[in-house]
Design a protein around this ligand. Structure first.
Ligand SMILES: [Zn+2]
Length: 232
């Protein structure tokens, strides 16, 4: 939950860009891998930066989030490039009354057709967390950190208990940053309803979840950087 004064649109775009660049620096976003979204529930002026508006159907109905704004990275875009040209790489979605549809705001410089293909998981996790905690700010990041993804290919690390026992003793800060440990879900097809359901469940109990043979998804209700820290 954030207190006023709330970050402005440009601040949020800069924070998404900084997180995207950092994820690339730590090898958690190879090529166009990874995606970032934030949900905020204070009014933002979007039209100056994102003047094109279209109606879209949301992946699921989110009636309690009517009026909420999402900033979402575009499909196929590189996280490391958001910082240089945020409006080319990000779109905004404002949820309509009823929660079934939304208005997609984008820029004339937009370099993607749709928002990230993992938006179903992002939206579902935001929705679940915001309904549970009533936070006015929530960030979700999907990254593909090299070493963690490598570990997730090794059968013995595909057990949540084993994975946690071995990772949490690596350095003393890990347990402080991740007091609930690390969630784990078996391999699911990217963008699938199964992956989405696994994320909702795992991120209810944890701040970060490992997707076997793929990467991680992390959340924070404090800052975008904090979500990136969890990945790091
Ligand atoms: Zn991915």
């Amino acid at each position: 939950m954030l207190e006023a004064p709330y970050p402005e649109l440009d601040d949020l775009l800069t924070m998404m860009g900084a997180a995207g660049r950092h994820l690339a620096e730590i090898e958690a976003s190879e090529g166009a891998a990874g995606n970032i979204s934030v949900c905020l529930r204070w009014p933002l002026e979007l039209r100056t930066r994102f003047p094109m508006i279209e109606e879209i159907e949301l992946p699921q109905s989110v009636p309690e989030l009517a009026g909420a704004t999402f900033l979402v990275s575009g499909s196929g875009r590189r996280l490391r490039e958001i910082i240089d040209e945020p409006t080319a790489n990000i779109a905004c979605i404002v949820v309509n009354e009823g929660g079934r549809t939304g208005k997609l705001y984008s820029s004339y410089h937009r370099r993607f057709e749709r928002v990230t293909s993992e938006f179903n998981s992002h939206l579902a996790v935001h929705y679940d967390q915001i309904c549970a905690t009533n936070t006015n700010f929530h960030a979700v990041i999907h990254g593909q950190p090299l070493h963690l993804t490598y570990l997730s290919h090794i059968p013995r690390y595909q057990d949540e208990q084993y994975l946690n026992t071995h990772l949490l003793r690596w350095q003393p800060e890990t347990i402080i940053n991740l007091p609930e440990g690390i969630g784990f879900i078996p391999f699911q097809v990217p963008s699938s309803p199964e992956l989405m359901a696994g994320n909702i469940e795992a991120l209810r109990k944890h701040r970060i979840v490992v997707w076997s043979k793929h990467g991680v998804m992390a959340r924070s209700d404090v800052s975008i950087k904090r979500a990136a820290d969890r990945v790091e």
